[in-house]
Design a protein around this ligand. Structure first.
Ligand code: CMP
Length: 137
């Protein structure tokens, strides 16, 4: 079993489609082992996305991710990291495959509805950024 980290982003919370995303997660065979709704501060987002700090979109990304609540999740299944990235679809919803979350619900490359860890190393940083061991059940 492998665990990955996911965020349902502010654009999805604002449009009341978090239930649709969670349904796709469960139908995709993932077990939700951690879930919380939180409003991130700009500095908390900056710390989370520090690997992107030199990118031209970093400021906009941090403003977007702190403009409203998000739902953070830890998902478990075999091959969870790769399978969650497949279910999310391409970063830009315009390029995402049919049946993916970003194709179905994404708005733009920035407001792309969901985040997922891109590697075991990222998951090892991202999961404990939001959850302690007792919150994963
Ligand atoms: P995510 O998987 O959360 O990781 C970093 C985020 O940066 C990504 O999803 C997008 O929402 C955003 N992003 C990536 N590339 C761009 C871009 N070219 N312009 C704006 N936002 C981007």
């Amino acid at each position: 079993m492998e665990r990955t980290f996911a965020i349902i982003k502010p654009d999805a919370v604002e449009r009341n489609v978090t239930g649709k995303v969670i349904a796709m997660i469960e139908e995709g065979g993932f077990k939700i082992v951690g879930m919380k709704k939180i409003l991130l501060s700009k500095s908390q987002v900056e710390g989370f996305y520090y690997v992107h700090k030199e990118r031209p979109f970093f400021g906009d990304l941090c403003a977007f991710m702190s403009r409203g609540p998000v739902i953070t999740l830890v998902l478990e299944k075999e091959n969870a990291i790769a399978d969650w990235r497949t279910l999310m679809g391409a970063t830009n919803p315009a390029n995402a495959a049919e049946g993916t979350i970003r194709k179905s619900l994404g708005v733009s490359i920035e407001e792309n509805t969901v985040h997922g860890s891109d590697s075991p190393e990222s998951a090892s940083f991202e999961i404990p950024y939001f959850f302690n061991q007792l919150e994963l059940v």
